[in-house]
Design a protein around this ligand. Structure first.
Ligand SMILES: Cc1ncc(COP(=O)(O)O)c(C=O)c1O
Length: 415
């Protein structure tokens, strides 16, 4: 039997690569077994772990889950999502920064589901999807799974600010060859860099979109990925930019992607939503219709219990305040770890991407694969990216975050 024989349809033939994050994570676990947890730095995990490597959860969220009646756990949810959830996600996403316009929501399995539906429903087969040159790998996977391609602009300028010029140029190029462009913009607390756009940078982005939208033949879809927003400073300050999504021309559609994975520590329960903001009522209705159709056509409905949890929390101000207090403890821990890393990097001259908040810090370097191989010999496990390495401060103790920069600097220097 020939080894090249394949049963897979041509469009689904993909290179067989073990997922880099899971591969590094597996090797880290092997090293921990061999050398002991205290002697290994496993910075591959994209979830909040305590100093001993155990998953951190918000106890009140889990308590609400455990108190749900069995039928709220076992029953189907409506295809679009539980109506009370669809109202609650708007509050949870925008808090006091609700933009003006027609706003509709559709439940999706996490933010990933929102990315999928946006790409599928708002770009055409073969189109380019625009994002920054540092981006979360699954953007590409999801685009390619649906016959689209990712293209990028340069995220940072020479002063490590948002590279507005590159953003404008790239969008301009794309709008010359496509009549519609989906833009995936992950801020605040961007994965993998920890960068967040300032409000003035957001204003510039929106002005650029408005300018391009003067050509009514063009359609611009701004996908605002806020997966880490609940770890990006004060809740209303970090959401200020969302006000800018109101009153835009009808050929700019903004879709905010809400996720319960990080902010509610319910990673595995697969619950999120896509929320549209538009100045045209029928565009909002169309959004709801296509989202519902896609839900039915891809995964049917979402996880009812997770939806119910969010609704219960926001119905009861005491519960909400408990969740926020518990989350603040995690936020403080994350901040301390990240600041330890950033300060140490600065002290020893390790160049990092501009970090403001979030789960990850990224170190630009040549030959990231080789650097990460070298680090493994030192029992440090990182995720190699195309142009650097990702260090997950979310899953590493403060003590190890202090130790790591020097080891990283040495590994990079010795390549
Ligand atoms: C940048 C970014 N967007 C979206 C997601 C989606 O996560 P989920 O589908 O679990 O909500 C993640 C998760 O890691 C992420 O890092």
């Amino acid at each position: 039997m020939s080894e090249n024989f394949s049963m897979v349809a041509p469009h689904s033939k993909r290179p067989v690569n073990e997922d880099k994050i899971f591969a590094a994570s597996r090797q880290a676990k092997e090293a921990i077994e061999k050398y002991g947890f205290e002697n290994v730095i496993n910075s591959t995990v994209g979830a909040l772990l305590d100093d001993n490597g155990k998953l951190l959860v918000l106890p009140t969220v889990i308590k609400v889950l455990k108190n749900l009646p069995p039928e709220e756990i076992a029953a189907y949810a409506p295809i679009a999502g539980l109506p009370e959830y669809l109202e609650t996600v708007k509050t949870a996403a925008f808090r006091e920064c609700m933009p003006e316009g027609y706003i509709e929501a559709i439940a999706t399995p996490g933010g990933s589901g929102a990315i999928r539906h946006t790409i599928w429903n708002y770009s055409e087969m073969g189109d380019y999807i625009l994002t920054s040159d540092w981006y979360w790998g699954p953007y590409k996977t999801i685009a390619e799974e649906h016959g689209r391609k990712i293209t990028t602009y340069t995220f940072f300028d020479e002063n490590k600010n948002f590279n507005i010029k590159s953003f404008r140029e790239k969008l301009n190029q794309l709008l010359k060859i496509q009549d519609r462009v989906v833009i995936l913009l992950n801020s605040p607390a961007h994965n993998p860099t920890g960068f967040s756009l300032e409000i003035s940078e957001w204003e510039e982005v929106i002005n650029i979109l408005k300018n391009f939208a003067k050509n009514k033949d063009k359609k611009i879809i701004l996908f605002s990925d806020i997966a880490y927003i609940d770890f990006a400073g004060e809740k209303n300050k970090s959401r200020q930019f969302m006000k800018l999504f109101g009153n835009l021309p009808e050929n700019i559609l903004t879709i905010v992607s809400f996720s319960m994975s990080k902010g509610y520590t319910l990673y595995g329960m697969r619950s999120g939503a896509m929320i549209c903001i538009t100045s045209n009522k029928s565009i909002a209705e169309e959004f709801k219709n296509v989202g519902q159709f896609s839900n039915r056509g891809v995964w049917s409905n979402g996880t009812r219990s997770a939806m119910k949890i969010l609704a219960e929390i926001f119905k009861n101000s005491e519960l909400l305040s408990k969740v926020e207090t518990e989350r603040n403890v995690l936020k403080k821990m994350l901040n301390e770890r990240a600041q330890s890393f950033v300060n140490e990097a600065k002290k020893i001259g390790l160049d990092i991407c501009p970090y403001k908040s979030g789960f990850f810090i990224t170190i630009p370097c040549n030959n990231p694969e080789l650097v990460s191989e070298k680090l493994k010999k030192d029992n440090i496990f990182v995720v190699p990216l195309q142009k650097g390495i990702r260090f997950a401060v979310c899953s590493v103790s403060k003590e190890k975050c202090l130790k790591a920069p020097l080891k990283l600097l040495n590994a990079i220097k010795n390549i």
